[in-house]
Design a protein around this ligand. Structure first.
Ligand code: PHE
Length: 391
């Protein structure tokens, strides 16, 4: 008798495990509207060239979902986050979002992080009619192509025309720069977009661009281009790129005796930057970002505390934006009263005055929020919150 009971338990355990595995692989075929849980995908850079970005966003999303689930979920359902690694590559980003939508049957996708990777995913979202929210991609073309807004694509961050002009104005006005050089990552839509805006704004301010050089992701040796830049003797150098290459560029620039201020944008925000460049090389550098963990705004303080408790580290801007993108989605599902993708999409487009960690989000007709930027200075490897720039 006892033996029989035991084997029955064994069978039940085995069955539960199989069910768990299937759910874990996203093999469940339940349709989105009658499921007991709401499945949300993450198309994220979890490995590869910008891996710290994807992991921070994933942490932010998970924290948000944990808080929401603990408070009863959304529409009485628990949120489940299924993250797929796009390996920091555009082609993998297309694969990751396709898998999330067709296999895992998610109702919405958060990501990608880098603009080029998100641009490789937007058409899949459009074709499958699944809302895509990028927490972080700042290139304008992500939500608008040829003057036409992409119906299923949204973002929770500001865009590069704002970020680029913030840094150009900072160079002209706060640093009093008259000349600048720009060193562009030609493999990144983000970098190329920022280059254009910086050049326009800096020139409009009466400044002159005295050198323009370019590199590609995964390059290792930047000294030839930096030597040309040094010869042009600019007051500042703008390097709109990601931490992996920026770290090496900054290190090599200082080795060549370039001492002028080095300027960047959100792509500099990674704990890896200091590891790669070394703290000393990173003095006299400034970059724009989406938030500062030092901001005394009560929402920021509360978020930083919760994040530290969960992960034992200070959240970077990507973590804050991941958290905000998740909350933007939750707000839309609540207002829609439904987890059907089309209803979520309509509700997202109507987002108004949503108070989040990185600012207040109202989405405009192009599905972009208008938000403030923070200028960060690095001092001996530490981020200093320099100023907040309102749009
Ligand atoms: N804005 C970057 C892009 O569009 C991504 C990014 C955002 C990186 C925030 C770091 C911090 O590619």
């Amino acid at each position: 008798m006892k033996k029989k009971w035991l084997s029955f338990t064994g069978l039940a355990v085995a069955l539960t495990m199989v069910a768990g595995l299937v759910a874990g692989c996203g093999g469940s075929s339940t349709t989105s509207s009658d499921a007991k849980e709401i499945k949300v995908g993450g198309n994220l850079e979890l490995t590869g060239g910008v891996a710290t970005f994807g992991n921070s966003v994933a942490n932010g999303v998970k924290l948000a979902f944990k808080e929401v689930n603990a408070a009863g979920g959304v529409l009485g359902k628990q949120l489940v986050f299924i993250a797929a690694d796009n390996k920091s590559e555009p082609s993998e980003s297309t694969n990751a979002i396709t898998k999330l939508i067709t296999k895992d049957k998610v109702v919405a996708v958060i990501g990608a992080v880098a603009s080029t990777n998100t641009l490789a995913a937007v058409q899949v979202a459009q074709d499958n009619k699944i809302p895509l929210i990028t927490p972080t991609s700042t290139n304008p073309r992500v939500t608008v192509e040829n003057g036409k807004v992409r119906e299923w694509v949204f973002r929770s961050c500001f865009i590069d025309p704002f970020q680029g002009s913030v840094m150009a104005n900072f160079a002209s006005k706060s640093l009093n720069a008259k000349t600048a050089a720009i060193y562009t990552d030609n493999s990144s839509d983000y970098s190329k977009g920022l280059t254009e805006v910086f050049e326009q704004t800096f020139t409009k301010n009466g400044g002159k661009i005295v050198a323009k050089e370019a590199f590609l992701q995964k390059d290792q040796d930047f000294k030839a281009a930096l030597t040309k830049i040094k010869a042009a003797n600019p007051d500042v150098i703008f390097i709109p790129a990601y931490y992996e290459e920026v770290g090496k560029i900054v290190k090599q620039a200082r080795e060549l005796g370039i001492t002028v201020p080095l300027l960047g944008a959100d792509g500099w925000d990674s704990p890896k930057l200091v590891e790669i460049a070394g703290a000393a090389a990173l003095n006299n550098v400034y970059f724009s970002n989406h938030y500062s963990p030092e901001d005394k705004d009560p929402r920021v303080v509360k978020f930083v505390e919760a994040y530290k408790k969960e992960y034992g580290q200070v959240p970077d801007a990507l973590a804050a934006l991941g958290y905000d993108a998740a909350m933007l989605l939750v707000d839309a599902i609540k207002r829609a009263g439904s987890a059907e993708p089309a209803k979520i999409k309509d509700a997202l487009a109507q987002t108004k005055n949503l108070q989040l960690v990185s600012g207040v989000i109202s989405l405009d007709a192009n599905h972009n929020p208008v938000k403030s930027a923070a200028i960060i200075e690095l001092k001996d490897g530490k981020q200093i919150f320099k100023e907040k720039i309102n749009p």
